[in-house]
Design a protein around this ligand. Structure first.
Ligand code: SF4
Ligand code: SF4
Length: 462
């Protein structure tokens, strides 16, 4: 009788093999990507172009879906912890670094050397003509890739977290807002009215919508003035009324985890790297400095642009325009694109949301000081396994709160709910409730902790 000796003492197979369906999915995906890169050499011309576009997109969709669904539907739902901390792709190994380098390089080329991608951009001409009635450009190609990524990986995320109703509905919402509100609707509007308008991006995420820059001027000068006024009105209502009220009632999750395209990409394409976000106090201190600095930056930029518009002072023209350009380069391109997404496999997802997004900063201030949202913890049930902290993409040490039975009201929490979905003991619960019951413990924005026992408060009110 032969005896097989396993070298590993792990309770899960140390090197899980892909089954034939997973291999087939990866093969079809690989063919789709190879065809896509082939387009860089301008080899699909004339009638071949639409055919190759359809074949390429079908291969990427089919391969991604076969692999993603097969991988998760044969497993129990939820995160399994299987080899996540040792697999090269998910633990900053060689494959993780390789993906990170490829992503950051592609972002740099896309922003600053887009002509290198002209062959690939032209591959999307037939789709762009069908939707927008004009040839493709780098922004259209990027929007299409982005939306495809959210769609494919969104389906994978739904399969992965299918045990959680919250995750299923939330991920469907992310996919809906990206596909309909951030891709299809703006492009159809561009076709019908020659307007570029994204209804899911408000100030300060898009600082342009509140000052009379080119986009607003174009809106007002167009022959569809009423439509233009509606859009401007929507931007103002969304920024000054919907944002504070919805955040008061629901916390920042209504935007960061249900609507926003950046959060959508992080929770779908980036989901496999969410455990890499730093949980150190140093990172927490750093994040508070950077995110509020960006907020101040965007407030100053918007303010100066407004002053210039009202006074038309020549002395302000160069300065305010220069500031807007610096903001666009540093925050728009470097932080949100190159680092924010390119570094997913190295620093975890939500780097942009955590360290630089001015919208997240404002929502976080409301959430921290005046909101009904909190994550309640049933501390007596906690077994300190640490799953919640490990998978918190915002780097919050959730276990620290759970061990103390203390509610979580952190400004940075985006309410993704994964901490609750991966907790084996049902300790954590995302809730909206009366604001006066959120005050028993507080951690202020600068990190000092003011522990105020609920008991003391209750005694005072007796
Ligand atoms: S709250 Fe749940 S996931 Fe977090 S440490 Fe406790 S038992 Fe583990
Ligand atoms: S604390 Fe939980 S809900 Fe909040 S960001 Fe972290 S994982 Fe998401």
């Amino acid at each position: 009788m032969s005896v097989t000796i396993r070298e590993s003492h792990s309770i899960v197979p140390p090197d899980p093999k892909l089954d034939k369906w997973e291999r087939l999915g990866l093969l079809i995906l690989g063919i789709g990507l190879a065809l896509l890169f082939g387009s860089l050499f301008n080899i699909y011309n004339g009638n071949l172009k639409p055919v190759m576009l359809v074949v390429t997109m079908i291969a990427i969709f089919a391969g991604g879906l076969i692999y993603g669904l097969r991988t998760h539907l044969i497993k129990k739902p939820g995160i399994q912890n299987n080899n996540i901390m040792t697999a090269s792709v998910s633990s900053r190994g060689a494959i993780g670094w390789m993906i990170g380098v490829i992503l950051t390089t592609l972002y740099c080329i896309y922003y600053w050397k887009a002509d290198w991608l002209s062959g690939m951009t032209q591959l999307f001409d037939p789709l762009s003509q069908a939707i927008r009635n004009k040839p493709s450009d780098q922004w259209f190609m990027y929007g299409t890739f982005y939306t495809m990524g959210v769609l494919i990986m969104g389906v994978k995320a739904i399969a992965k977290y299918r045990h959680s109703r919250y995750q299923t509905i939330r991920t469907s919402s992310i996919v809906f807002f990206q596909l309909i509100m951030a891709y299809t609707l703006p492009y159809f509007m561009s076709r019908l009215y020659n307007l570029e308008y994204y209804p899911t991006y408000f100030w300060p995420l898009s600082y342009k919508v509140l000052f009379p820059g080119e986009e607003v001027k174009t809106l007002l000068a167009s022959k569809h003035e009423i439509l233009a006024m509606c859009m401007l009105g929507w931007s103002l209502i969304a920024t000054f009324i919907a944002t504070p009220f919805l955040t008061y009632f629901l916390g920042k999750r209504w935007y960061c985890s249900w609507v926003c395209g950046c959060g959508g990409l992080a929770n779908t394409v980036g989901d496999s790297w969410r455990q890499l976000s730093s949980k150190t106090v140093k990172a927490w201190k750093y994040e508070r400095v950077t995110i509020y600095s960006v907020l101040i930056f965007v407030i100053v930029t918007t303010g100066l642009l407004w002053v210039f518009h009202v006074t038309q002072a020549e002395s302000l023209k160069g300065f305010s325009g220069g500031l807007a350009k610096v903001y666009g380069f540093l925050i728009g391109s470097i932080m949100s694109g190159v680092i924010g997404t390119g570094f997913y496999p190295l620093l975890g997802t939500r780097i942009w949301c955590r360290f630089a997004c001015p919208m997240a900063a404002i929502l976080g201030i409301v959430q921290r000081f005046k909101s009904r949202f909190r994550i309640t913890t049933n501390g007596g049930q906690c077994i300190s396994c640490g799953n919640c902290s490990t998978y918190c993409e915002m780097g919050i040490d959730v276990r620290w709160y759970a061990q103390r039975g203390q509610d979580i009201k952190r400004a940075s929490c985006v309410g993704c709910g994964i901490c609750s979905a991966v907790c084996p003991r049902g300790v954590l619960s995302l809730e909206n409730g009366p604001t006066d019951q959120r005050e028993e413990y507080q951690i202020d924005l600068l990190g000092g902790m003011k522990a105020r026992q609920l008991e003391q408060k209750t005694n005072q009110t007796k």
